[in-house]
Ligand binder design. Structure first.
Ligand code: NAD
Length: 497
């Protein structure tokens, strides 16, 4: 059986903790590999190696760093199909969806290729008599990233590409559920010319995460995962004096106005709700039709579409979605369906009995659709993270907007309408970090930044885009005067001008 160790100092190394986790192939339910779970000592060794590598890397000029990113980008493109195949096998999403996971990651590598421009500081000529003032952005040192199972290519690249381009070294702790692609990306970085140790990967669980959170040499931590862990990472990392941004869970609402084009809305909703088996932090999990006519029209078109969704193997390019990540995830989704029924919601499409013929041990979940969900129900308040869509009927636009604003999560949202005034009002007043207008999954492009509000994110500064350069650098501001300026002799008062 395949065994994943760690990737330290430019090569694969075996784990020494004696602890291992199972990596599954969700489409068959079989264990495909074991992954080493690092001890605190192994994490310490990876950080020490990264710290040493960073000293030289931070002094490499930004153009040379960018060229390595360009080479890496090309290698990811050359290997995209193989990476997507591996990703689909370990995660469960379909191969075409895995291609997108990789693409949204390398778009941030493209952004990082512009690092010479992005790192330029500010300069004021003649800020005072003979005085110039300027600021520059310098790397932090060793930085670390802790990433979730659901985007094993995209999120690691979102983290390490800007950080490394800024001159830091990076220790990645990917999800222990699907470590194959992150390990491969580290190999490709070395092949692209990155010096050994600038990107290290330690596999592991809470033990490895806590070791990173407590290590004094780690200066910044970027996290993506569920909200309780995000909050924990933020609190412990910040208490240890680190820079931390931690992105958490979501419950993304789509507000559907009575004037929306219902065919297009249903197309958008079904892909956003059930794609990747609903395991996306930007998935739509709540549909909010406004008014009875819109709700009835929506349900009339939506129900047959949900019933007809094609669930398939991860390798079946014609499948709408594949299995979820683990049997525990299957059980959790089924439990939420039971809870929803008990709470009084109508399970109008019930996928709980779904079995994939010939793959009965695979982690498949049939599509589920709840109608008449209300805001006090657990299936509305909590993140299910599966192919389950809840329809909450709002009487008015204000009620729909209030649902978005009152929810504890504020990651993404969308409004579907033909009314520019309603869309504009929604964009302005909604308390959510990423907003779509007739766009169901408004994931910002690489040169903007990604981040939710409320309990979907902790800490300052978003991921990728200009915020990532701010997050992974510290600003130094210099006030300089050359000898001609000191001719007048000593000064004892604060200068005024
Ligand atoms: P998770 O929180 O279980 O795990 C994320 C990471 O934290 C993993 O690397 C894991 O090993 C580590 N971890 C888990 N438990 C820990 C603990 N007790 N102490 C320390 N570290 C721990 O999340 P997941 O199941 O891998 O991913 C799904 C979640 O991620 C969903 O809630 C989803 O909404 C969220 N997510 C958010 C975004 C975003 O940008 N906001 C993006 C993708 C996923």
């Amino acid at each position: 059986m395949k065994e994943y160790g760690h990737f330290i100092g430019g090569k694969q190394v075996a784990g020494t903790s004696g602890r291992l986790g199972d990596v599954y192939t969700p489409m068959t339910g079989e264990i495909s590999a074991r992954v080493a779970l690092a001890s605190a000592e192994e994490v310490g060794a990876a950080v020490a190696n990264s710290a040493q590598a960073q000293r030289e890397w931070g002094a490499v000029n930004p153009q040379r760093r960018a060229r390595i990113m360009m080479k890496f980008l090309q290698l990811v493109l050359d290997n995209q199909k193989d990476l997507a195949e591996l990703l689909a096998r370990e995660h469960g999403k379909t191969v075409p969806d895995a291609m997108g996971d990789i693409q949204r990651g390398y778009e941030v590598v493209e952004f990082a290729c512009g690092i010479p421009h992005l790192l330029k500081g500010e300069f004021t000529d003649g800020a005072g008599p003979g005085i110039d003032a300027y600021s520059m952005r310098q790397p932090l040192g060793v930085t670390a990233g802790i990433t979730p199972f659901n985007f094993p290519a995209m999120i690691p690249m979102w983290k390490f590409a800007p950080s490394i381009a800024c001159g830091n070294s990076f220790v990645l702790k990917p999800s222990e559920r699907d470590p194959g692609v992150p390990m491969r990306l580290a190999e490709l970085m070395i092949e692209a010319g990155l010096p050994a140790g600038v990107l290290n990967v330690v596999n592991g669980d809470k033990v490895a995460v806590d070791a990173l959170l407590d290590h004094p040499e780690v200066k910044a931590i970027g996290f993506v995962g569920s909200t309780p862990i995000a909050e924990y990472i933020y609190a412990r990392g910040a208490a240890n004096g680190k820079r931390v941004h931690a992105f958490g869970g979501a419950k993304n609402h789509m507000v559907i106005m009575p004037d929306a084009d219902m065919d297009k809305t249903v197309d958008a909703l079904i892909g956003a709700g059930y794609g990747s088996a609903g395991q996306r932090c930007m998935a739509i999990s709540v549909a909010v039709p406004v008014g009875k006519a819109a709700a009835d029209a929506l349900m009339e078109k939506l129900v047959p579409r949900v019933e007809a969704l094609k669930i398939g193997l991860s390798t079946d390019a014609g499948a709408d979605y594949g299995p979820v990540i683990t049997q525990a995830a299957v059980d959790r989704v089924h439990q939420y369906c039971d809870i929803g029924i008990k709470e009084g919601a109508d399970l109008v499409v019930d996928g709980r009995g779904f079995k994939m013929q010939g793959y009965e041990k695979g982690f498949y979940v049939g599509s589920c659709l709840f109608d008449n969900v209300t805001k006090d129900m657990r299936i509305y308040k909590e993140e299910i993270f599966g192919p389950v869509l809840a329809v909450v009927r709002a009487k008015t636009y204000e009620e729909g907007l209030a649902l978005c604003n009152d929810h504890e999560y504020g990651n993404g949202t969308a409004i579907f309408t033909r009314d520019g005034d309603a869309a504009r009002d929604f964009v302005s007043r909604v308390q959510v970090g990423m907003v779509g207008v007739n766009v169901p999954i408004p994931t910002p492009l690489a040169y903007y930044s990604f981040g939710g509000w409320k309990r979907s994110a902790f800490g300052d500064l978003n991921q990728h885009g200009p915020d990532s350069v701010r997050f992974y650098t510290k600003t130094k501001t210099v006030t300089a005067r050359w000898p001609s300026g000191v001719k007048e002799g000593a000064e004892f008062s604060m200068p005024t001008m």
